[in-house]
Ligand binder design. Structure first.
Ligand SMILES: NC(=O)c1ccc[n+]([C@@H]2O[C@H](COP(=O)([O-])OP(=O)(O)OC[C@H]3O[C@@H](n4cnc5c(N)ncnc54)[C@H](O)[C@@H]3O)[C@@H](O)[C@H]2O)c1
Length: 561
């Protein structure tokens, strides 16, 4: 894998010459569509004020948040690449390090403290205010930089390329010369270093703490071990089901063991697969094991590793034990990657009702690795597609267009386009979750129930012979039909929706009657007939419909089965 399709992040002490070298390098790489970005300037642009003012008015913590946001903005490049001169402290934050290694190549521009001090002093004399480097004398400045280097060295050393700017003979080289040398060093590096798979980072905002969602094929083990090492967890407990365990459990644990060596004890809790196990009994078993392992909030990480059943129940157990253990989700089904693991809802089924008991509990991180989908049975994959199409129909006509174009390919099986559609679905889901995190408002997160109101009735009436996604797929077709019948969307839009959704196979048998489905609808909705309908492709709304409309829609759905 060549470095030429990745961002190049120049890291190192203030005064290392990152901006000067970066500018020159971008000139040399112009034909490869590289351009130069100064992260400090991006941060100022984002804040709408200069850095000294951010420090003075809001403090360093605010500056660091803005810097991370600026980094996120430049990390998701679309076709073009950047050479980014970063601030000296950027590598101190685990999230920043993850964004950098996911989207590019960190290059340590290594200068002597003496040279760095000379350059910083030069900047100050030219009138640049450097709030972190106000010093009474050159010696004090040098001492500040020396301390900084010792503190930051372990993180600078994580760079893929270590570029020492002082030469053996001690002669000074100009930025254009250094840029040329760096280019040669990069080419040499690609001959010896196998670049790690990239990932994209999204930051989910939660009132209980923001958390990153990393999306990339082949990243799960690497990023999980890094998280364990960064946070210093001494115990990690992987909760999974027997299917996922037999396919991927051993590999995950072996790779983790290799990466984290003796720093963290690994445990595994394996439950039987299936919705029936999202129960009080299983929850009890998990909590008992957490107690045996002596899990605690400070040093134990819970890793949910599986489909939506696992992310729901492991998330719920994590939220309960010791009033909340740190949690990382590694969803392994399409449904869980695009939907169930996102948004912080956890829970179990009880008293015959789905998700009756649960919590809102945001994880510390979500690692979405589409490589796991390669082993997912086709039927599960198709069921997962339902939720992806749901996000398009309720909120994004653009996503709908691109899904509609590729529906045949998506049905055939997993390819690289899956990563893209999962990424887009997560962005869509986050819009609803962030607007109404705890589902207290009407008509926002509620829209995510598109297809679910009729779907739940069918799922329950089938006694779960229909997979959740299959039932939702039918439910969406029912809701689209009703939207057309009530003249909210025109017939052409309905035909378009049918021609796309109708292609997705449904394997579950409909062995129940319309009466059963109506009964289940009533039980599920507890007297209300609130459903989500479409105003157009890409826009949904909440509507209260009549009993007759409920029955008619369910009758229509039976004609499809
Ligand atoms: N919390 C939420 O916001 C939310 C949202 C939507 C759905 N959900 C819940 O998600 C659950 C459904 O999720 P699901 O469809 O992922 O079900 P699931 O967890 O039961 O997984 C489906 C099947 O796929 C297997 N599997 C998982 N990963 C695999 C892989 N990589 N290769 C091969 N087999 C694999 C599982 O063992 C299982 O048999 C439901 O309980 C639903 O209520 C929750």
């Amino acid at each position: 894998m060549t470095w030429r399709n990745r961002n190049l992040y120049l890291i190192g002490l203030p005064g290392a010459g990152k901006s000067a070298i970066g500018r020159e390098l971008s000139e040399l790489l112009r034909r490869y569509r590289y351009s130069f970005v100064d992260l400090d300037i991006e941060t100022e642009r984002l804040a709408g004020q200069p850095i000294p003012e951010i420090f003075a008015k809001h403090g360093e913590a605010r500056f660091r948040d803005l810097e991370t946001q600026a980094l996120l903005n430049v990390s998701t490049t679309n076709g073009s690449h950047y050479i980014i001169a970063t601030g000296g402290g950027v590598m101190m934050k685990p999230l920043n390090r993850s964004i950098i290694r996911g989207s590019g190549i960190p290059i340590w521009i290594d200068v002597t403290v003496r040279d760095a001090a000379k350059n910083v002093l030069g900047d100050i004399l030219r009138g640049k205010d450097r709030p972190l480097f106000r010093a009474a004398s050159a010696d004090e400045l040098k001492e500040k930089l020396r301390i900084l280097l010792e503190e930051r060295r372990p993180y600078y050393e994580q760079a893929t390329l270590h570029f020492v700017t002082r030469s053996v003979r001690g002669d000074e080289r100009t930025p254009p010369e250094l840029a040329k040398e760096l280019l040669t060093a990069l080419d040499k590096m690609s001959l010896h270093v196998a670049l790690k798979p990239p990932h994209r980072t999204l930051l989910a905002h939660s009132a209980l703490g923001d958390y990153p969602i990393l999306v990339g094929s082949g990243i799960a083990c690497r990023e999980l071990s890094q998280t364990i090492l960064d946070a210093g967890y001494t115990k990690a407990i992987v909760i999974t089901d027997n299917n996922v365990d037999s396919l991927h459990g051993k590999e995950l644990i072996t790779k983790l063991q290799k990466e984290i060596r003796k720093q963290c004890d690994l445990y595994k809790i394996v439950i039987d697969a299936g919705e029936a196990k999202k129960s009080q009994e299983t929850l009890g078993t998990i909590l008992e094991r957490l107690h045996e392992i002596d899990a605690n909030r400070r040093s134990t990480l819970i890793v949910s590793f599986g489909g939506g059943v696992i992310t729901d129940i492991a998330g719920f157990a994590a939220s309960l034990y010791h009033r909340g253990l740190p949690l990382v989700h590694i969803p392994t089904t399409l449904l869980a990657q695009a939907d169930a693991a996102i948004g912080g809802k956890t829970g179990i089924d009880m008293f015959g009702a789905k998700n009756l008991i649960g919590t809102f509990y945001p994880p510390r991180q979500i690692l979405v690795d589409p490589l796991y989908l390669k082993t997912l049975p086709k039927r599960e994959l198709h069921a997962g597609l339902a939720e992806v199409f749901k996000y398009a129909l309720i909120g994004s006509a653009d996503l709908w267009q691109s899904l509609a174009k590729s529906v045949r390919r998506l049905i055939r099986g997993v390819d690289t386009s899956y990563e893209e559609i999962i990424y887009s679905s997560i962005i869509e889901k986050l819009r609803y979750v962030e607007a109404d995190e705890f589902e207290r408002k009407q008509g926002i997160r509620e829209l995510l129930n598109f297809g679910h109101t009729f779907g739940h009735a069918l799922e329950s009436a089938s006694n779960y012979a229909l997979l959740h996604g299959e039932a939702v797929l039918l439910g969406m077709r029912g809701a689209a039909w009703l939207s057309m019948k009530n003249k909210y969307i025109d017939e052409a839009a309905w035909i378009e929706i049918e021609s796309v959704l109708g292609r997705i196979p449904i394997k579950g048998e409909i062995i129940f009657s319309v009466e059963d489905a109506v009964r289940m609808f009533k039980k599920d909705k507890k007297g209300s007939n609130r459903v989500i309908l479409l105003r157009k492709i890409g826009e949904a709304f909440v509507d209260e419909i009549s009993d007759a409309a409920v029955r008619e829609t369910l009758e229509y759905l039976f004609t499809l089965a």
